[in-house]
Design a protein around this ligand. Sequence first.
Ligand code: URA
Length: 188
Amino acid sequence: NDSLIVADLVQGGFPYLEQKIQECQKCALHETVTNKVISKGSQHPKVVFIGEAPGKNEDETGVPFCGRAGKLLDKFIEYMALKDGEWAVINTLKCRPPANRTPTKKEIEICRPFMEAQLELMKPKIIILLGNTAEKAYGETLEWGESKIDENGTYIVKIFHPAALIYQRSREAEQYGYLDKYRYLWEE
Ligand code: URA
């Protein structure tokens, strides 16, 4: 039962949670990673960004969003005028899927208690879901840019994943005017 697992993780605090993530062998992804990737930023942020899963750079360093998508995320953070201590970045998966494939439903489910425990410990006022995987893992259904207040009083919003903006130039993003709006961010 997930809620018992989450309660145990929360009870133990951040060091225990980190240890449990490091030890986790609940799916095959742990076999192929260099590093588990847990979080960056504050432990008690106002805003938490949730990405998908570690990529190559993240797997090598153990730091989320440290590659090209991370540079764009840094700019979002700057644009939102968030100061150090006010934000954190986590992922739905703590292990890199081979060749950055999209996480499976099963992998998302297996890893979800870690994300839930992180959020319970961090207690953010605002959660920014970066793309569809984060939306799925969080269990929300939102339009792009749509926001709602969930049952805990947390403000939830879904925006395009920075990697979708950079690498895929997704048609959906184009349709919503994101590409023009943010072009200056990656073309400088
Ligand atoms: N993309 C993600 O979703 N997460 C990362 O940590 C890096 C890239």
